[in-house]
Each structure stands twice: as structure tokens, then as C-alpha cells.
Design a protein around this ligand. Structure first.
Ligand code: DQA
Length: 145
């Protein structure tokens, strides 16, 4: 069973209490459980990780490239400025979907740029926890194509 890495960047460990009017009330543990349930349905293993550290996140992206693992990534604020993360993701060897809980295009102008989108197969944004589930379905589709 292929394993999907679901990587989460800074401040996403605070979901549940972090600006719930924007990000909702689900915690990262809730998102993990929902992704694991859907993964089981789709025949995909799920390995969900979160870090506030750019270097650690990039290390996981390198690991995914070496092991040919598909990735769903919510880069959080790194989305908007981390060329280092973008360059790491560009080395991918398997499907890659960018995901956001909120819709950055409808928020502050600094969130309108994603330096990551151009190296992803696609982006899902604005649907809360459902964004992650749609992204997992997209990965399943890309793996079966
Ligand atoms: C986010 C959107 C980003 O702009 C923000 O910095 C985040 C979360 C989202 O999931 O909506 O931390 O990636």
C-alpha cells in the first residue's frame, strides 16, 4: 500500500485554538484521523507530520523524493516566501498536491502569492479539513493514472 506524506508547516500544530474563525475548530489530530480513514478507503497509508522548522520540513521533502512518496503539503506561511522549500519540492519524484484550509486568494495580499504552486500538480484551498481529503483523492487519482 503506497504511503502518502501529509506535511504541515508552521503554526498548524495550533489548529483548534488558532484563529478558529479562519481555520475552523478541527485540531491536527482530527485532520490526521480523517485522512487516515479516507486513506484506508482509498488503499493509501497516511503519514501526517507537522513542524514549525523550515529545515525539518525540507528534510521531509528530500526523504519523500528519495523514497518516491507522494506528498500533500500545507506549507502554511512558507507558501508565500520560502524559495528553499519550493526548490526542494521541485525535486519531487511522485505526485504533489498543495493544500490550504483557508482560501489565501481571498485574504491579505501577501497571501496571494504561492511560490510552491508552480511545482505542484495542483492546489486545493478554502474547504477546511475537506481540502486535505480532496487532496488525498487527487493523489489517489494521480497514482492510478
Ligand atoms: C494556510 C494559509 C497561509 O496563508 C497561512 O500562513 C497558514 C495556513 C491555510 O491552510 O489556510 O498558516 O496555509
Amino acid at each position: 500500500m503506497p504511503t502518502v506524506l501529509i506535511l504541515n508547516g508552521p503554526n498548524l500544530g495550533r489548529l483548534g485554538s488558532r484563529e478558529p474563525e479562519i481555520y475552523g475548530s478541527a485540531t491536527l489530530a482530527d485532520i490526521t484521523a480523517a485522512c487516515q480513514d479516507l486513506g484506508a478507503e482509498l488503499g493509501l497509508g497516511v503519514d501526517l507530520r507537522q513542524t514549525d522548522d523550515e529545515a525539518e520540513l525540507i528534510g521531509w521533502v528530500h526523504e519523500a523524493a528519495e523514497l518516491r512518496l507522494p506528498v500533500v503539503i500545507n506549507p502554511a506561511a512558507f507558501t508565500h516566501y520560502s524559495y528553499a522549500l519550493r526548490d526542494a519540492l521541485a525535486m519531487r519524484t511522485a505526485p504533489l498536491v498543495e493544500v490550504h484550509l483557508s482560501n489565501p486568494a481571498a485574504r491579505e495580499s501577501f497571501r496571494h502569492t504561492s511560490v510552491v504552486s508552480a511545482v505542484a500538480d495542483g492546489t486545493v484551498a478554502g474547504f477546511g479539513v475537506e481540502s486535505y481529503l480532496l487532496a488525498l483523492r487527487a493523489i489517489a487519482q494521480l497514482l492510478s493514472a
